[in-house]
Unconditional design. Structure first.
Length: 272
């Protein structure tokens, strides 16, 4: 009995001897593999620098993609509203357009109420006296505000369509703020210019007597539009922050047409 216990104790001792050195050796090995505080700080610094360089680009690219998606939707929705309205009111080129060059005439408000409002679900129509007085749209170069538009059609998703009549010259401007009252409210960033254009019979071979299009140089179908036409800073409408300013007209009015021209994308040289 004594011998067994003695042997068992010796065996247990022999078995337990390596445990302490083994654990210690692992601990020493683990300590050797750890990072020092300096190494951790350097690594975090590198990650921070990389993030600072890449995140703004990623955010900008995301914003551009979202802008194009919203712009295409607004474009499709305006054209769809016109088609629905034509079913009830006849061809768009025969509608009863305001016959003066103004944005404040009551006849323009009545025109929008009849031909556009019923064809947007849950949309609301405001005149300048009943709309947010803090809402303003800036020119592309951010130097000037656009004159206040008197009629605002606010869609269910928050998009703001504001109208400016230039009849009997043949067109109705539609300014679309694709994210509503949210900033930046700048032409070419979140505000784009469409036109409902009435053509003569001679002009209608390509686009018909009436169409909703981005404002651009070839509305009368008499000019060939190039990319340089749309970006030319010497044009009062050019999609350029250096475009010539002239009263109501301003830089960036061609930007929607440029995005469409580039295959529905915001190119690297776009004046974002």
């Amino acid at each position: 009995m004594t011998n067994y216990n003695s042997e068992n104790k010796n065996a247990s001792k022999a078995h337990s001897k390596p445990l302490v050195p083994y654990c210690l050796s692992n601990l020493v090995s683990f300590k050797k593999a750890a990072f020092t505080l300096a190494e951790v700080l350097i690594t975090l610094g590198i990650i921070g620098i990389v993030a600072a360089l890449t995140i703004p680009t990623l955010v900008s690219n995301y914003q551009k993609r979202q802008t194009v998606v919203k712009l295409k939707k607004v474009f499709a929705d305006i054209n769809n509203a016109v088609k629905l309205s034509e079913v009830d009111n006849g061809p768009a080129y025969t509608w009863e357009y305001p016959q003066n060059d103004t944005s404040s005439d009551e006849t323009l408000f009545a025109f929008i109420k009849k031909y556009y409002l019923p064809y947007y679900k849950s949309a609301k129509l405001y005149d300048v006296y009943n709309f947010d007085k803090n809402y303003h749209v800036m020119q592309m170069n951010k130097d000037e505000k656009l004159p206040t538009i008197a009629n605002y059609l606010v869609l269910s998703d928050g998009t703001i369509l504001s109208f400016f009549s230039n009849l009997p010259a043949g067109y109705l401007w539609i300014f679309a703020d694709i994210n509503g009252k949210n900033p930046p409210n700048i032409v070419g960033r979140d505000v784009f210019v469409f036109t409902g254009y009435i053509r003569t019979a001679a002009q209608s071979r390509t686009y018909g007597r009436y169409s909703i299009r981005f404002w651009s140089k070839d509305l009368g179908d008499t000019n060939i539009v190039t990319r340089d036409d749309l970006t030319n800073p010497s044009s009062m409408y050019g999609c350029s922050k250096a475009a010539v300013m002239d009263d109501f007209y301003g830089a960036g009015f061609y930007c929607g047409a440029l995005i469409q021209y580039d295959g529905w994308k915001i190119a690297d040289d776009y004046p974002w």
